[in-house]
Design a protein around this ligand. Structure first.
Ligand SMILES: [Zn+2]
Length: 90
């Protein structure tokens, strides 16, 4: 039985493929140093780009963008307050 795709030595985003593991999984080393067994089709199709640290970085970046006021569409401008009742001095 041969391995259908040989990814050994290839780099997918943060993941460097070290060697074949089993069941279509490959031992990958992330740029951050973490080694993980990942299914070949997941990193080759870009579904998995890192050991998970990249997702964390992206989340961080999104947060940074929100801080800079770049985009979030779900944030609406402050709604005007309802008119206050005038105090009754009578
Ligand atoms: Zn990582």
């Amino acid at each position: 039985m041969s391995i259908r795709n040989n990814y050994e030595g290839m780099k997918f985003n943060y993941l460097l493929v070290i060697k074949y593991d089993h069941d279509g999984r490959w031992i990958c080393r992330c740029d951050c140093g973490v080694e993980k067994s990942i299914r070949g089709f997941e990193f080759s199709r870009g579904r998995i780009k890192s050991c998970g640290c990249m997702a964390a970085e992206l989340r961080y970046k999104v947060n940074q963008d929100q801080v800079k006021g770049k985009a979030p569409k779900d944030v609406r401008p402050a709604t005007p307050r309802p008119p206050r009742f005038e105090p009754d001095y009578s």
